[in-house]
Design a protein around this ligand. Sequence first.
Ligand SMILES: C[S@@+](CC[C@H](N)C(=O)[O-])C[C@H]1O[C@@H](n2cnc3c(N)ncnc32)[C@H](O)[C@@H]1O
Length: 262
Amino acid sequence: MDIKQTVREGYAKAAQETDGCAGTPSETVGYGEADLAAVPEGTPSFGCGNPTAIAGLQTGETVLDLGSGAGFDCFLAAPAVGSTGRVIGVDMTPEMIDKARKNAAQAGHDNVEFRLGDIENLPIESGSVDAVISNCVINLAPDKGKVFAEAFRVLRPGGRMHVSDLVLGQEPPEWLFEDDAALIGCVGGALPRDEYLALIAAAGFTGVTVNAEHDATAWLNGYLEQGAEGGSECECGCCGTACSLPDGLVASLTITAHKPAA
Ligand SMILES: C[S@@+](CC[C@H](N)C(=O)[O-])C[C@H]1O[C@@H](n2cnc3c(N)ncnc32)[C@H](O)[C@@H]1O
């Protein structure tokens, strides 16, 4: 099946459930109690970091969340930009957009909107955004260079991008590229760390900085074992422990980058 279709189906299913991208409780990826209390009840996080925490959002700013899922990070950004600001979440999975819109309505967030769209071809005007955020999404896109080019296009000159995502710290086992659970779990499509950072710079961003980095292998193993027991297409011989990823294989990075001022 087409990569995007596999990802879309995986997240349509996840929208009905409460577990995160790789089964990670939100607290362990950098959300504090205040963050968790600020989002509407029943909004799951599918993230692997907390890019909003370092975004330095100001009243009146326009924020774009690439792959907004159920809206978790948008709901953190909404009070920071206030009623004169705007938060736009873009996601390609209709079930996620529905869930996010319901969560926004329930919480009365009228400065947040969700648009159905592909982050490789953003439904957003050029030069209209102050800050792009994204949490554990770009690894899922087949053309990551295009995503960064689109983020660069929609930012105003002097705007910034804050991204949390999974990258590879070493050569992965072959089966990882064939396994749908690994793809949906944000590791099957992940790039080597340096390649990922180089793509951001190649899109025109400057000051590309890794703000936080932690090993994510253990919780991904937990997710993959669950997936295998649930009947994933695990091709590694004996599912379960045989699917385990080697220590140090996957890292979660939180990155800041800037679009130069004109
Ligand atoms: C791991 S979840 C992260 C959701 C959210 N950022 C969070 O932290 O809760 C990945 C999300 O990215 C969306 N997604 C994946 N590829 C996409 C693409 N090419 N364009 C738009 N959305 C995409 C999926 O539909 C899913 O909702």
